[in-house]
Design a protein around this ligand. Structure first.
Ligand SMILES: [Mg+2]
Length: 233
């Protein structure tokens, strides 16, 4: 039996934002730092999949402190995403409530900003559903710790006091982080992953969160019975 289920956040629990929103946030971060006419290539380097080398290269081009550039980028990225959550552009998937039937502790390990994760959970009023919810801190050290590194997953396991979670993700980095932590994984094939071949191989593949309930080893409350009040808690 799995003793817990831990989720990636974006593309698993909530829908992805349009890439243009993250690009707009990054342009705004440069503007905030007084760089009003940045090279579009440099801006693009700071939108997604940012590496420490990217930050150093781009900061150097404008005589900026790398940590300040990255922190500002993260702050704007988070505030733009929170605005999208507030107005419904970023929302929980329709099958979100099915995870309430899992009869084991739940957690989140995301490479999004901690600020974004905290806001989403509070906005959706589901903070108490998760025993632990990790995002990244807004510093460059987090770039060395994020998935595929198992750092935050192992911290989440330790904080939940669990040893055999199932980790659910929509990216190769999720599956790799699970493998590095020595735990099973489930690849969730959302629409944006219709043609993706996950690598490394996940332990399971599901098409939605409700499919998790059918995986052998995932504890389900009520053994599939609908609660007397019709609810799914
Ligand atoms: Mg994801």
């Amino acid at each position: 039996m799995y003793d817990s289920v831990i989720f990636d956040h974006d593309g698993v629990l909530t829908t992805l934002v349009d890439i243009s929103l993250l690009q707009d946030a990054t342009w705004a971060a440069f503007d905030e730092l007084g760089v009003t006419d940045p090279d579009p290539t440099h801006v693009e380097q700071m939108v997604i999949n940012v590496s420490p080398d990217d930050v150093h290269t781009v900061a150097g081009a404008y005589d900026l402190d790398p940590e300040t550039l990255f922190r500002t980028r993260d702050e704007f990225s988070s505030s733009y995403q929170c605005a999208a959550v507030r107005d419904g552009r970023k929302r929980p998937y329709d099958d979100f409530d099915s995870i309430r039937r899992i009869g084991a502790p739940l957690g989140i390990v995301s490479s999004n900003q901690q600020e974004t994760i905290d806001f989403v959970l509070s906005h959706l009023d589901v903070t108490d559903l998760f025993g632990v919810a990790y995002g990244r801190e807004p510093s460059m050290s987090s770039l060395h710790r994020k998935k595929p590194e198992p750092y935050y997953l192992e911290r989440a396991m330790s904080e939940l006091g669990v040893e055999s979670p199932l980790f659910v993700g929509d990216s190769d980095t999720d599956i790799a982080a699970a493998e590095a932590a020595g735990v099973d994984s489930a690849f969730i094939r959302r629409d944006h992953r219709a043609d993706h071949t996950p690598s490394p191989d996940p332990t399971h593949e599901v098409s939605g969160l409700d499919d998790l309930l059918a995986i052998d080893g995932v504890p389900v409350d009520g053994d599939g019975d609908v609660a007397a009040d019709g609810g799914v808690r």
